[in-house]
Design a protein around this ligand. Sequence first.
Ligand SMILES: [Zn+2]
Length: 573
Amino acid sequence: MIRLHNTKTRRKETFRPLDPQNVRMYLCGPTVYDRAHLGNARPVVVFDVLYRLLRHVYGADHVTYVRNFTDVDDKINATALARKEAGAPGTLEELIRARTEETIGWYHADMDALGALRPDHEPRATDYIGAMITMIADLITRGHAYAKDGHVLFRVRSYTEYGALSGRSVDDMIAGARVEVAPFKEDPMDFVLWKPSDDDLPGWDSPWGRGRPGWHIECSAMSYKLLGASFDIHAGGIDLQFPHHENEIAQSCCAHPEGGFANFWLHNEMLQVEGKKMSKSLGNFFTVRNLLDQGIPGEVIRFVFLQTHYGKPMDWTAEKAAQAQATLHRWRQLTEFVKPTTPSKKILQIISDDLNTAEAIAELSKIAERKDAGVLKASANILGLLEDEFGDWSWRRRPVKDFRNIPEWHPSQAWIAKLVTDSTANIQGAIRAINSVGIKAFSFPKYDFKLPDMRIMNESFLNAIRKMTQHLDYINSEYAEEMQFLGNATFDKLDEQTLKALRAFGLVDLMRQRAEAKVDKDYFKADAIRDVFENAGMRVVDTNNGPSIEFMDCFDFSSLPKSILNREEGDDE
Ligand SMILES: [Zn+2]
């Protein structure tokens, strides 16, 4: 049973979805004009835990999570205009598009690093302008909105429930809020649904002239399109409660009186840094990327976030981050090579009680003390912690002693895959990564690897290194002639080190002799040569692409002469 604090009723209530086959939640997403700061990331992480919990309880295919991208906004326009004025090429429209695309890419990378699952839908406002125009026209028809001087405004006094979410009356809100008085407004509280765009600004044709939507209407239009007139949960930061969420409710309930909009409203409290409000003027303003670049793993940021209940202000401190890192490191060592079993019932109960992640982490510590590694991992996974794919930070921090028993699902596998990818884009990075696991890689005079003991490698690691050597343009013309005799299929598998070994044993020459024997139809000789390979732990296989060498389990690289394996740096031949 999940219980959630519903801002709408100001009570903790039992959560019962409208349709357990399709549990629906909406989170207000970012305005894409700049990097997400740390405070922007809090709702993403907090409600990612809710998403994971709902998926666990109702099934991953029975939850729909929508988070929008606001890609039409005056801040975006201003950023693009500043670039244009600084001499950037392209039209303003192109610069706006480039800025939003770039920012969405950053956002994805940063939130992925925090272990937040991507929502099922990430609608962009500019793709829903038609739906917004329809909704605005409908609100005018129903008497809840009016057009004046190219603007369309929502008539707040036409919706008697306005203010119910934040528990304030309209008159209190007028007194407290900085409402803009404008000649086109009937009432200062009325808010903009549509506004005119001059020629320099992005605009769309509408019944009220060329213009662009106000911010609030997009969430109403997109949630209606993707989740319907009634859905289960609407979430966001407490700073959005008024006016944004009040306005969303007013728009949606007036345009679709048949529905109830969101049943549950969840709001997370704000984030501070070292006890102070994060602000540029205090010099304590930073983005998620700043922290990641400082080497703080995304998983550590996530852990620190979850140590505070979402309904309380959270204080980011460097000390918390250091402690979280130490704890996670211990847990990762404890759960290494361990398959998750089932999450602890107690953990599920704790999280189901209004996402009490702080207590859940305390409970995880107890499980870790009992060294119950399988349960620890399964339980932490519900919080998005100790996920295999986010473990490479702890993996890289110490040399690997033994690669032999690494199971296929282990994070090192993802890391190995990444290593291969990195090597195409970032050779120095790949070399650093290799060095960090205790293998000496050097790049002078050619990319090469000093492999202290091949027996500690499992096949996937060997393959990774072999592939990487190709990426590094490693098998070069020096071996071109030999490759003819070893065949294209072999080419895919061999690295320079192996080739050197094969050559040292005269095996390359043997392959040449075998190829010649086959041409001469001397099958006795060809087979005899094949047996020589076989005795050395290699299988010669004839493929459509020519002969190929496969390494058998008994193949022992370390029995090869030390002079081949332990070449000194810069010892080129
Ligand atoms: Zn919204």
